[in-house]
Design a binder for this molecule. Structure first.
Ligand code: IMP
Length: 429
């Protein structure tokens, strides 16, 4: 059974890019199943930093064919730019290496304007979106008025449909007192991008099913994270897609019996960018220390937006929930090197809620906003662990920490990362 699903176990930014890069090395196909260029996956290879927003991490491996599935939403102009940027770094991108679903929906300039308008209208209650037009594009999709990538196959009809879509959106923007979009300029830019992308458009559902049937190993590369899931996250502070394992199947169009591995990625602490509950959030010096200064790309500042991320201790109530929602067969823990130097480390094992203690996710976001973490304290370690390559190179206290988190989530953790480089992954023997 040849499919692996890789998903974020927390609020996104867990380090999925580097884990996807590791798993892609053994994959024939790497497929993104949802989200759009709100994602920012960084992969560091030698001296080169690759920033991927839509293109799957498999593109950095010679063998893998990369797929953008029907569940994704694509800004064609940004995708063309990303492909050009990768080519400038020496990455080969051809229609043999990258295929794009005709079923994926298009993000237009009007969606971006509507995203901004909606955030502005929410004021203090804003979601803190990436302003990439993700929500409005998925709203048009579920409202059955969206534009699909397949429409690019007929240039004239596509230009007309885009023009009409922008005029409709302009009426809404005017009503909200926002600046409107020039339909002619948008149509021209999108027709240019369509000409570049047309050779890459295919029926990815058929392609994936044929490859899976023939025994190819497919890696389904998730973006965002479990707590940003439209159904299972802290609604409304979520994205508009299903970044959990179920979303891989609907976003790519094959059945669950092909899946034999579900890998969740968690940082060894918690981060969140944007609004919404983060029960273990730390303010002050401890939070600043986990965040880093921003001097390195791996510090806790958004890859797509540059916003500082909110930081806190590991929350195993949330991680247990993520393990249930996704059915993890294993968890990969990233950024363990960041915890070096703490005398003690806290792990949230339960929540206090309205005078009681619970060890599961509350039913509502309002309750989730009221919980206070119940912590267990474990010993820290002082050693710099960036050079660890064997499990036993890790300090005993670090191994105890990993094993405690794994036990609290009833899910094995056999791989950790100890730095941003490709080879800074340590596997349990
Ligand atoms: P949207 O996906 O741009 O609509 O943003 C909705 C929420 O998801 C906001 O809180 C964003 O900060 C968050 N979000 C979206 N994509 C990512 C990601 O790739 N990493 C982390 N947070 C994300």
């Amino acid at each position: 059974m040849p499919a692996t699903i890789l998903v974020g176990a927390q609020w996104g930014d867990e380090g999925k890019g580097r884990v996807a890069d590791w798993l892609a090395a053994g994959s024939d196909v790497v497929a993104r199943f949802g989200g759009g260029d709100n994602a920012g996956h960084t992969v560091y290879v030698g001296a080169t930093l690759y920033k991927l927003h839509l293109v799957p991490s498999g593109i950095l491996h010679q063998r893998a064919v990369c797929v953008l599935g029907g569940g994704t939403v694509i800004n064609p102009v940004n995708l063309v730019r990303e492909m050009d940027d990768l080519r400038a770094l020496g990455v080969e991108i051809t229609p043999e290496r990258l295929i794009i679903s005709t079923r994926a929906h298009i993000i237009s300039p009007a969606h971006i304007a509507l995203d901004k308008a909606s955030e502005k209208a929410r004021g203090a209650d804003k979601i803190g979106t990436t302003l990439r037009g993700i929500g409005p594009a998925y709203m048009d999709k579920t409202g059955r008025s969206g534009l699909r990538m397949g429409q690019m196959l007929d240039v004239e009809a596509f230009a007309e449909a885009l023009y009409a879509h922008i005029e409709t959106a302009n009426a809404a923007l005017l009503r909200d007192g926002c600046e409107t979009i020039d339909p002619q300029a948008s149509a021209e830019a999108y027709v240019d991008a369509a000409a570049r992308l047309r050779p890459y458009l295919r029926d990815t559902t058929r392609y994936l099913n044929e490859r899976l049937h023939d025994g190819a190993r497919v890696l389904c590369e998730g973006a965002q994270g479990t707590m940003l899931d439209i159904d299972h996250g802290d609604y409304p502070f979520v994205t508009s897609s299903s970044p959990t394992s179920g979303g891989a199947l609907t976003g790519l169009g094959f059945g669950p019996l092909y899946v034999d591995r579900v890998v969740g990625v968690t940082k060894c602490f918690s981060t969140r960018v944007g609004s919404g509950p983060l029960p273990t959030e730390l303010s002050g010096a401890l939070g600043d220390r986990l965040r880093g200064t921003g001097a390195h790309f791996w510090d806790e500042f958004g890859t797509t937006t540059g916003r500082p991320r909110r930081c806190g201790w590991m929350d195993t109530v949330m991680l247990r929930y993520a393990a249930q929602v996704n059915g993890f067969s294993e968890i990969v823990m990233t950024k363990l090197d960041v915890l070096s130097g703490f005398d003690t480390i806290q792990i949230a094992t339960a929540y206090e809620l309205d005078g009681g203690v619970i060890d599961y996710m509350p039913m509502t976001t309002a309750e989730q906003n009221r919980v206070k973490p119940v912590y267990e304290t474990v010993a820290g370690w002082r050693e710099d662990i960036g050079g660890a390559r064997q499990w036993n190179d890790l300090p005993a206290a670090a191994r105890v920490y990993i094993d405690r988190v794994a036990a609290l989530c009833a899910t094995p953790i056999n791989t950790v990362s100890v730095g941003p480089e490709r080879d800074q992954l340590v596997h349990r023997q």
